[in-house]
Write a protein that binds this ligand. Structure first.
Ligand SMILES: Nc1ncnc2c1ncn2[C@@H]1O[C@H](COP(=O)(O)OP(=O)(O)OP(=O)(O)O)[C@@H](O)[C@H]1O
Length: 226
């Protein structure tokens, strides 16, 4: 269960301040495929960053299963991100001079897994996202955008996260590749894995179990399919 209670994030800018997230509360049951939608500047990415402990809220509390995310030390935040969260970004954020398989192995290295185990799991994950054969040993620059995003999805799954956070994962993709990524993310939700996706993509949002709509830092609408 992901529980968000009265969370706010204020950024100081120039002489003033922006309430990027302005007192939001919601809960997402484990295994849910959730979408956060809303126009540009409504606070979606800021909220996602707070859920993933990339940043700390100015107020409020975030609890992920048994972890009080808002009480973590900087070192605790690093461990939480490494062990519990898989991130997928619009720009893929792959390391350009590592091959696809090496990119997927990297988070497992940070988690102290042995090389043989890392390689075997990376190959298995890349097979699962449909990047097979010789493409697994290519550098990201020699893969299409859709293929690079599949590598980043495989990388996000490497340490068996309980929460996958994806920020506009289909934003740079054509509709066919976008659909493929959505289908993959959908498949991974369920069981012990929760997926939260920030998106402008209506197709993606329509496939979510739960949609949270944001405006001016607040949740203005909540729609559940169940
Ligand atoms: N580091 C920062 N410093 C100052 N203001 C920020 C910072 N990050 C975000 N903001 C502001 O907070 C508000 C919310 O931004 P955020 O990126 O979360 O919105 P968004 O809904 O994800 O937008 P988009 O769909 O364009 O990515 C915006 O007004 C933005 O300018």
């Amino acid at each position: 269960m992901l529980l968000v209670e009265d969370v706010a994030k204020r950024f100081k800018s120039g002489g003033g301040a922006v309430d990027a997230v302005d007192g939001v509360s919601f809960e997402i049951a484990t295994g849910t495929f959730a979408a956060i939608v809303g126009r540009s500047g409504s606070g979606k990415s800021t909220l996602l960053g707070l859920l993933g402990a990339l940043d700390s809220p100015s107020a409020g509390k975030i609890t992920m299963d048994d972890v009080d995310v808002t009480a973590l030390s900087p070192r605790g935040q690093v461990a939480y991100r490494r062990d519990r969260i898989g991130f997928v970004f619009q720009q893929y954020h792959l390391i350009p001079d590592l091959t696809a398989v090496q990119n997927v192995m990297l988070p497992m290295e940070f988690a102290g897994r042995r090389t043989a185990e890392r390689r075997a799991r990376a190959v298995e994950l890349l097979d699962r996202v449909g990047l097979t054969g010789g493409k697994q040993t290519r550098l990201p620059g020699r893969l299409s955008g859709g293929e690079q995003q599949r590598v980043s999805v495989a990388r996000a799954l490497a340490n068996r996260p309980s929460l996958i956070l994806a920020d506009e994962p289909t934003g740079n993709l054509d509709s066919r590749n976008g659909k493929r990524i959505i289908t993959l993310l959908r498949e991974f939700a369920g069981g012990g894995t929760t997926v939260v996706v920030v998106t402008h993509d209506r197709g993606l949002a329509s496939r979510a179990d739960l949609t949270l709509a944001m405006n001016d830092g607040r949740i203005v609408h909540r729609k559940s399919k169940t």
